[in-house]
Design a protein around this ligand. Sequence first.
Ligand code: CP
Ligand code: NVA
Length: 313
Amino acid sequence: MKIRLTDRSFLKLLDFSPEEIRYLLDLAHCLKEEKRQGKTKNRFKGKSLAMIFEKRSTRTRCAFETAFAEEGGHPVFLSTDDIQLGAKESVEDTARVLGRMFDAIQFRGFRQDHVELLASASGVPVYNGLTDEFHPTQILADFMTMEEVFGRLKGLKVVFVGDTRNNVAKSMMIGCSKMGVDFTALGPQELAPDSEIVELCRKEAEKNGCRICVTDNIDEALNGADVVYTDVWASMGEESESAAREKLLSPFQVNDELMEKTGKTESIFLHCLPAVKGKEVTESVIEGPRSYVWDEAENRKHTIKAVMVATLT
Ligand code: CP
Ligand code: NVA
């Protein structure tokens, strides 16, 4: 099947078929190797990328900025402390102006409907660098890392532990359902993902030969897991919830004892980062031999470059 993603936006994984996700991952592996050999190709020469940030970022910003620049493009960082968006100007008007000046737009912020509106009003590809709802580019990097470790995705089992209704957890559930990966959301019932998205993923999983589970049973969930994944207990914008979250989520801390419950010596630990060591994960797990978080962080760049190469060239 010939895959063509030119001019598409990357807003959520629900918009992409398993074949399209496969294409992006294959491209990312090639681009990583190409970079390692020092053979980048000036693919974005003469192009510019607007990068809007309503929330902080280290990995996503640096991945977009360096990936775009090392292929000859000009990335422009736009913090919402500086531009009119959110103060004097609507999302739609900002989109129409940026669409006249830039070849693509990256948006990290609060509302998913804003990133969707940016895409429909700007007329150029828009990339979701994280919203309250979804973090789709993160999952590409996670999958790439899993493929580097296990040589495959299909048939693996991922357990996301903690705040299972957050942007990363939901995106991982969608991604797994598309790529034939068993997914378990392990956390307190109060923080379980909405049944609507779970049902949607279950239908997708059925087509692709995998299972989606939601549970608060630690032993059952972890048994046979290949990947144990966690994220912060309070996401950006939820800082006032921190104390309540700590109470709810402490039993779900990823520590050595919890990792042992996979029953597999080869199971690995992933975290999108930034991590609060001593809260959602112990120092000993994140710094231990099962942790691939630094490869995972590096892979943000290669996968984000793949998204831009696929949609802009
Ligand atoms: N994982 C991730 O998105 O990191 P940043 O918040 O640093 O971009
Ligand atoms: N769930 C986290 C992810 C950070 C990359 C947040 O939204 O803050």
